[in-house]
Every structure is written in C-alpha cells, then in structure tokens.
Design a protein around this ligand. Sequence first.
Ligand code: PRP
Ligand code: URA
Length: 207
Amino acid sequence: MKNVTVIAHPLVRHNLTRLRDERTQPQEFRRLLGEIAALMTYEATRSLGVKKVAVRTPMEKTAGYQLEREVVLVPVLRAGLGMHNGILELIPHARVGFLGLKREEATLRAHFYHKSLPKKLDRCEVILIDPMLATGGSAVAALDFLREQGAKRIRLVSLVAAPEGIRHVRAHYPALPIFTAAIDRQLNERGYILPGLGDAGDRLFGT
Ligand code: PRP
Ligand code: URA
C-alpha cells in the first residue's frame, strides 16, 4: 500500500507477538510496548530532514548534521502513552502534545476530551502516535485537528493497523506516511482488530 511502511524487523515481530499474547500482563505489556515503539522509531524517522552544520572535534573542525526541524510527539490518550516514552528515549529533545480521544462503543465515533499541543506546529515534524488504527476514526479526528492547528508535516506511527483504518485515513490524507508493525486481517462487528491484541488501553493500564 502506498505510503504505508510495515516494519518487519525481527525484534519488532518478536515483541509484537508477545504483545498479542493474551497471557501478557500489564507490567510486561507496558515494557514491550515502549521497546517496540523505540524500535519502530528508527524506520519512522528515517526520512526526517537534516541540515549540515560545522562541529569542532577535540582534533579539528569538520562537517556534521542536525535535524532540520523540531520534532513534536503527539500520543493519542490513553494507549498512545504506552508508546511515547519509548520514542522520547530516542528523541529526548522532542516536545510533546497530547490528544485525548475516546471511541464510543455504540457508534465507534471518536470524541475529544483533551487537547494540548505545543505552539508553532507549522515549523515542526509531528509524529502522531496511537498503537491501534482500527476504523481510523480516531486517527482522522487527530489529523484534522493537527492540520487545523497548523501542522504541515505529519507521520502516523501505529503498532497494528486494520485495512479498513488504513483505507479511511488514506481517503482523507492520501500522502500521509503511515508506519506500522502489522496490517491485520479485518475488524470485527464491534470495531476490534482481528487478530489484533485486544483493547490496547485496557491491557496497558490493567482496566
Ligand atoms: C483505541 C485506540 C485508538 C482507537 C482506535 O482507543 O487506542 O485510539 O481506539 O480505534 P479507531 O481507529 O476505530 O478510532 P479508545 O478510544 O478505546 O481509548 P483508550 O485508548 O482510552 O482505551
Ligand atoms: N482499539 C483497541 O484498543 N483495539 C482494537 O482492536 C480496536 C480499537
């Protein structure tokens, strides 16, 4: 699928399988989700722009690089919280915004309950983080809001994606880069990903 990168690194596959396992308890689930997010970050940030800078080593002056733009991480609450720490370990200078979205069980429509974003998003590279891309409603709501707030360069990191969710995001944002560890089979009648890993927020926080 265009602009969708499936990260099939062996360590990502290994961790994903442990996350899918129904026997994995919240403490282990949190650790694995943080680790897999860090592993996915290498691929998800590969295309970030860099600019040349001069640097003086203890020996002499040479040319080096620095990221061209500031990075902003935007985890979608709650489940995105489980991934953002792992990413922040690799990009510790990133700023962090939060979007609280809850999917209604009956309608599967996502509603905002919290929004807090850093300023000047138009100058930044924004990484939207949500482990589950199911119907895609939450992702599109988050993307619409980020665009409204001026974000121009956005990429989505989602651990597990359903084909339905990818199609929905694609219909609204055809060029948006999506990074995932797996494209699963389908959604069930309650909007859960099959085989998926269940309710990511509940498994993360033990609710
Ligand atoms: C889950 C998940 C995504 C959303 C995906 O969150 O973390 O945000 O569902 O579903 P969608 O693609 O169909 O919109 P949920 O609303 O259950 O909230 P939670 O993270 O607080 O559990
Ligand atoms: N949200 C989840 O946490 N899991 C799913 O499978 C779908 C939506």
